[in-house]
Design a protein. Structure first.
Length: 99
């Protein structure tokens, strides 16, 4: 049973890992729009077994307003929401603690 949807919000990433099966990199193009997120979330709401969505990529935090709006829309639809990231901004223990 399908319970979760993972958005590949963008193919743009801060890294270009050899093992990346999505070929993400700083040069990679392709990012969801808010309109596309709305359309997909409307379809997700029709599938009653889905109770959570994740936003990943690439690095979704590179498109912070888009990621935030996606999370807001998911929560408004009654879904749990999460993010998968490297997280490139956590360059100290203190910074990591805020993530
Ligand atoms: S998405 Fe993950 S695996 Fe792919 S290039 Fe970025 S950090 Fe590496």
């Amino acid at each position: 049973m399908l319970t979760s949807i993972h958005f590949l919000l963008t193919y743009t990433c801060t890294y270009k890992c050899d093992h990346c099966f999505l070929y993400c990199s700083p040069q990679a193009k392709g990012t969801f729009t808010i309109s596309q997120l709305k359309q997909v979330l409307e379809e997700i709401k029709k599938i009653r077994s889905i109770d959570n969505v994740y936003f990943e990529g690439g690095k979704p935090f590179l498109f912070y307003p888009l990621m935030l709006e996606g999370i807001r829309m998911a929560r408004a639809a009654g879904l749990q929401a999460g993010v998968v990231t490297n997280p490139y901004w956590a360059t100290s223990k203190e910074d990591a603690a805020f993530s």
